[in-house]
Design a protein around this ligand. Sequence first.
Ligand code: AG3
Length: 296
Amino acid sequence: MSDDNSEDLGAGEFGPRWSVETLHNGYRQALEIADMLYDSETDHQRIRVFQSAKFGRVLTLDDVVQTTEADEFIYHEMLTHPALLAHGAAKRVLIVGGGDGGMLREVLKHPGVEHVTMVEIDAGVVEFSKRYLPSLSDGAFEDARLNLVIADGADFMKSSADSFDVVIIDSTDPIGPGETLFTDSFYAHAKARLTPSGVLVTQNGVPFLQSDELVGTLSAFKALFSDWTCYLATVPTYVGGPMAFGWASMDPAVRRVSDMLLTQRFKAAHLSTRYYTPEVHKAAFALPGYVQKLLP
Ligand code: AG3
């Protein structure tokens, strides 16, 4: 039986061949390490990249899975294309975080995008991602449309005077350096950076296990924006059911884009996607009862 790894597991014990994520209380995810490729401690965090048995190469920060070669497309496509295609004419995009380059790759697929500012706190993440996870950025860091800023995202948001049609928060979970990216004041500063029909999208964890994170963000959105909600996509290595993405805008019409227009825009942009379709886009905003109940 090829899937049987039970010889390695005693009750509750994982050996050194397993990367164990302890993000959620009382619930662990363990990925089998076939080969450790990179393991180092920066000023900010412990970074590891390993070849896994099931998900290709895996990037972890402080042992929390950030992305894997096998399922990254779901997360990166769903945090870019819904906002960009609903907006329909996005020229300037801001990415906060996203040092692996996956988000950048998806944003740059849009021919109408003229400029991307990406603010990443850790230069080390960019450098080793290019080397150890090249399929994530797939050359995106070389694109002339990119302005890469190595800085704290919260500081940048506070001090920047630029404006953007789409702002994407590609954060870690709200523990450690990523915590400031979930505060009310951060969202207020983000709002000030948006053009009138601009859209802010955020990653908000898996609400089945991390409901506080989603409720916190949506409560801030409710106080700041005229249109706000969340939408969902299931990313296998972000365990615990579908992940929630926050959506906020001062223009409610953006989210209500018709199916027809969405399909037209999707075709016109010639996007090659593996998860995103206009149908999935629309369906992602249908929320199950347990998520609806969390809306403030
Ligand atoms: N950032 C999102 C990681 C969140 C993991 N959280 C979780 N499993 N609940 C990914 C960065 C990829 N560009």
